[in-house]
Design a protein around this ligand. Sequence first.
Ligand SMILES: NC(=O)c1ccc[n+]([C@@H]2O[C@H](COP(=O)([O-])OP(=O)(O)OC[C@H]3O[C@@H](n4cnc5c(N)ncnc54)[C@H](O)[C@@H]3O)[C@@H](O)[C@H]2O)c1
Length: 359
Amino acid sequence: MGQPLNVGIIGCGTIVAAYLATFPKLTTVKVISAADIDAARAEAVALKHPGVRAMSVAELLADDQVDVVLNLTIPLAHAEIALQAIDAGKSVYGEKPLAATTREARAVLDAATAADVRVGCAPDTVLGTGIQTARKAIDDGLIGAPISAMATMATPGPEPWHPNPDFYYVLGGGPLLDMGPYYISALVTLLGPVASVIGAASHTRASRTIGSGPRQGERIPVSTDTHVTGVLVHASGALSTIFMSFDAVGSVSANIEVHGESGSLVVPDPNRFDGDVRLRTLGAKEWETLAVSAGYLQSSRGFGLEDMANTAAGQEPRAGGKLAFHVLEVMESLLTAARQAKAVAIESRCDRPPSVPLI
Ligand SMILES: NC(=O)c1ccc[n+]([C@@H]2O[C@H](COP(=O)([O-])OP(=O)(O)OC[C@H]3O[C@@H](n4cnc5c(N)ncnc54)[C@H](O)[C@@H]3O)[C@@H](O)[C@H]2O)c1
């Protein structure tokens, strides 16, 4: 891949601003174009960011200057846009989840292999100092052999603040497919791949009310489970209990705790790049806050794309398609396990991504 890589963004909705705020910090990728099925959104991005040209999706895909497509569309469009980008000979880095289903995600990975282009996928929060410092603590043996983890994501759902929350409540959405990628990518980073899952889930309300923006007050249908719990059995034998809910007002539980034979770790919010890691060893009276010891300092959405651009040819990027596929299979299987009331084996395996030294 040539340096710097030229990036074309497809999907200029709510999250595009976070990526555009990161690009000035990145050195091996730069944005040259933006597209959206709603042309006005791409034009608004171009107007605000000199050097970025607005164009149609077809024009962006046909542009030889674009090396990588940054896919910030809604989950139901992730696979379709990724496949079009790959077909045009471009690498693709997309928002999570990799696709709405593992069937679509498999097609994306197979097409990328055949075309010899790369696939990367959010979340890249796991490359920040919060999760990476926790990982180093575990790898350095500070809690002894890891035995279990608990992951809690409890909110009333995104409709109070997101102006177009429809995608959160259809295939590819729900608390698990929306927020699960942060938590499960973190758990795989900390404890390794998952071998099987059990789960239970509920679907509490048929519709939700949009709380902000031009559509405020409009009711939208809900076709996903909105409260999902389960246990991930890691290949190592460690057990992670997860609680992902759009049916809770709030929570004071830690986002993630990891318990080992000689210590417990409080891991910061995996939807953030930073945050304190706290350790209590067996016999200690107090928790101690660990010094930041690993990860990209001051990182933000888009660091995974730069990390992919800096990954040597033939190597899997840290925020890569294989990890994202495994995480998607875990989530899909959890919902299957909940529906069928039985354990489901996970077929895919991925390595823990290489750790990030303190950079
Ligand atoms: N909103 C957030 O806070 C947030 C945070 C992290 C990740 N994400 C992820 O980012 C992605 C986008 O979320 P969002 O909140 O920006 O959604 P959004 O609905 O605000 O924006 C999505 C944009 O994609 C465009 N789009 C949809 N289908 C398209 C297609 N086929 N071709 C071209 N453009 C298309 C839409 O017109 C829209 O402008 C999702 O995968 C979401 O999970 C969102």
